[in-house]
Design a protein around this ligand. Structure first.
Ligand code: FE2
Length: 258
């Protein structure tokens, strides 16, 4: 499995404080079957990280992983806050893409109302970036206005859902929304968004199994992230079993009332 969203770099955001804690996260990920982690520290007003720091910490962590015999590779990336994206230097932004591909991981705000996200996305796309949205299922604004999420996907945006959302770690409403997104083909990737080894662990394969999505796991957590990291075309989603998300397939545009 390839984990596209993980706060594993030490001391630069709300993830691990030390490199020993980073190694502990890596060990848990290996035990869960993960072979590659993309380090995605926050790039925000609170954590104004830069590409030089991210690259240097990735190199240091990979050296420690190799030396410690922990069989996992860490690639460089970032989780760029929507409110920060337009302020980041273009050369820096290009270096913050996930792996060697064209995709930027963009974090929408957790506020009930979000304005300007479509404009930020369009601006990034006009600069040649492709946009993958971090955990939209955890954003109240999309619960209130699911059409906005569908419109973003129609504009070429991919979504990366947090694995724990599918198993209820973020509450019943987030779980319901996430599973219905799967049914409606609005989920393109599942990632851990891990911050530590236990409370927010790097669980991926095990969470997909618990969510009843093991059959889709290869596509969600291997084939799609591999294409994102390499810049290859995103492979088509395999058919989903009608009972995979517990409720059977729902009609398109399930959220519409009346
Ligand atoms: Fe994150």
């Amino acid at each position: 499995m390839i984990d596209l969203h993980c706060h594993i770099l030490p001391g630069i955001d709300d993830g691990p404080r030390t490199i020993e804690e980073s190694l502990a996260i890596a060990r848990v990920a290996v035990a869960d079957g993960t072979t590659t982690i993309v380090a995605t520290p926050h790039v925000s007003w609170r954590y104004p990280n830069d590409a030089d720091t991210i690259d240097a910490l990735c190199q240091e962590l990979n050296e420690r992983l190799l030396g410690g015999g922990i069989p996992i590779e860490v690639r460089a990336g970032a989780e760029i806050a929507m409110t920060r994206a337009s302020e980041v230097d273009p050369e820096q932004l290009a270096r913050m893409r996930l792996g060697d591909g064209p995709w930027l991981l963009l974090e929408p705000p957790f506020t009930p109302i979000v304005t300007g996200l479509d404009g930020v996305v369009a601006d990034l796309q006009a600069q040649g970036h492709r946009v993958i949205l971090a955990h939209p299922e955890r954003c109240p604004a999309f619960h209130r206005d699911p059409d906005a999420l569908e419109a973003l996907v129609a504009s070429g945006v991919l979504t990366s859902v947090t694995a724990g959302s599918l198993t209820g770690r973020f509450g019943a409403e987030v779980k319901r929304f996430a599973l219905r997104m799967v049914e409606d083909d609005l989920v393109h990737n599942v990632a851990s968004d891990a911050h530590d080894p236990q409370r927010r662990p790097p669980a991926l394969a095990s969470e997909l199994q618990r969510a009843g999505l093991a059959d889709l796991g290869e596509w969600l957590a291997k084939a799609v992230p591999a294409a994102i990291l390499s810049g290859d075309p995103i492979p088509a989603r395999p058919p989903i079993a009608s009972n995979a998300t517990g409720g059977g397939l729902r009609p398109k545009r399930w959220w519409r009332r009346g």
